[in-house]
Design a protein around this ligand. Structure first.
Ligand code: HEC
Ligand code: HEC
Length: 336
């Protein structure tokens, strides 16, 4: 298994190779049946439309295969790890420092902290299987079930990186979270009310004073873009290491704040253990640097200088974004 680094040339070459390969559909001579059932996925209320590529429609068979691959160490060349070994459902599919959670990635088009993979979920999954895991396809071919399950999902014989990526992408698309207390409150569900502290935190979050919403706003609580949020006076390369542009130094993917209560430690290097530390950073810990985002307007003052009350209100609001129906959703749990 390689680190998730330095893959772009190989990835581009792979895309070309994938684009040019066509395999003839062999006759179904093993009694295998290709009869895909459409998977009717309903995004949470108020979410944008889910972009599903026409060549990878969601099917029951494809989603189920993706779910199996996600939880099965068979993808790993030594069978040592599954995706789910580092991406744990009970904590919003993350674990430990720096592991990005899997939540609402169906609405993302730029992946990894430094944006090394841009494009569709299929492209992100292809990177994970081919470049990160370096999956040994022979292990899948030799498996008693996977050759048939791939056929049932895609109607062609043979297991390829591309098909594994398509199945994983189908599963990722159903990994949607939109049932937090906050969601229930904006849907005006009976009996769900935000407390005074939560409402104050909400107003601060979406105000110019608190100013979290410019980057973490919208129903997804991320702009799916890259920013230098003024963590360091001498920031790490971040997106700049990928694009080679000095203007991108120190820019990292804006993480969603959905389920943020569950996903510490925080930031791309896990430097903050708690939400209190994160809020202290935005309040008093900002560092000027050439690429610090202009939206971080309080950099000259070292931060927004929030009061103790404002800090605890903000944290109370952030905790309303916790969706335990996501972290316990049986449809997303291990199928084994
Ligand atoms: C050894 C732990 C580990 C395993 C196993 C693992 N990941 Fe990850 N994953 C990470 C880390 C760490 C990151 C953040 C890396 C970075 O951005 O540089 C990450 C990030 C991601 C992202 C980017 C999310 C985003 O918001 O941009 C995706 C997608 C992803 N992993 C999918 C997978 C899939 C699919 C598998 C299985 C094939 C997998 N991961 C297996 C540790 C792991
Ligand atoms: C200019 C855009 C921007 C603004 C404004 C902003 N953030 Fe962030 N936020 C980011 C980026 C980018 C990261 C990831 C930085 C990194 O890891 O290097 C981040 C990280 C975080 C994290 C850690 C997420 C994780 O999964 O590790 C939290 C929590 C957070 N921000 C909360 C807030 C709050 C609360 C506010 C308002 C007080 C705020 N942010 C304002 C861009 C922004």
């Amino acid at each position: 298994m390689k680190s998730k680094t330095a893959f772009i040339p190989a990835f581009a070459a792979l895309l070309l190779a994938v684009a040019c390969s066509h395999e003839p559909a062999p006759p179904p001579d093993d009694g295998w049946v290709y009869n895909p059932t459409p998977y009717h996925f309903q995004p949470p209320p108020f979410f944008p439309l889910l972009d599903v590529p026409p060549d990878n429609p969601m099917t029951i068979q494809g989603v189920q295969l993706g779910r199996m691959l996600y939880y099965d160490p068979v993808l790993h060349p030594e069978g040592a790890l599954a995706c789910a070994s580092c991406h744990l459902q009970e904590i919003s599919f993350t674990s430990g420092p720096a592991v990005l959670p899997h939540i609402n990635l169906g609405w993302s088009t730029a992946f990894l902290w430094d944006g090394r993979v841009q494009g569709s979920l299929e492209e992100a999954m292809l990177f994970e299987v081919k470049d990160f895991f370096e999956t040994d396809l022979a292990r899948l071919e030799a498996h008693p079930d996977y050759p048939r399950l791939f056929y049932e999902a895609f109607g062609e014989k043979g297991i390829t990186y591309e098909r594994a990526a398509r199945a994983l992408a189908q599963f990722q698309r159903i990994m949607a979270s939109g049932n937090s207390k906050y969601d229930q409150a904006i849907r005006q569900e009976p009996g769900v009310f935000l407390s005074d502290a939560e409402v104050n935190g909400y107003e601060l979050f979406f105000s110019e004073r608190g100013d979290c919403f410019h980057c973490h706003g919208g129903i997804l609580f991320t702009d799916n873009d890259f920013h230098n949020n003024a963590l360091d006076a001498e920031p790490e390369a971040g997106l700049g290491g990928v694009t080679g542009s000095p203007y991108d130094i120190g820019k990292f993917k804006t993480p969603t704040l959905r389920n943020i209560e569950l996903t510490g430690p925080y930031m791309h290097d896990g430097r903050y253990a708690t939400l209190e530390e994160v809020v202290d950073f935005y309040s008093e810990g900002l560092h000027a640097s050439p690429t610090a985002d202009p939206l971080m307007k309080a950099v000259p003052q070292g931060g927004k200088q929030l009061t103790a009350q404002e800090k605890s209100d903000l944290i109370a609001f952030l905790k309303t974004l916790t969706d335990t129906s996501y972290t316990t959703n049986p449809a997303l749990a291990s199928p084994f």
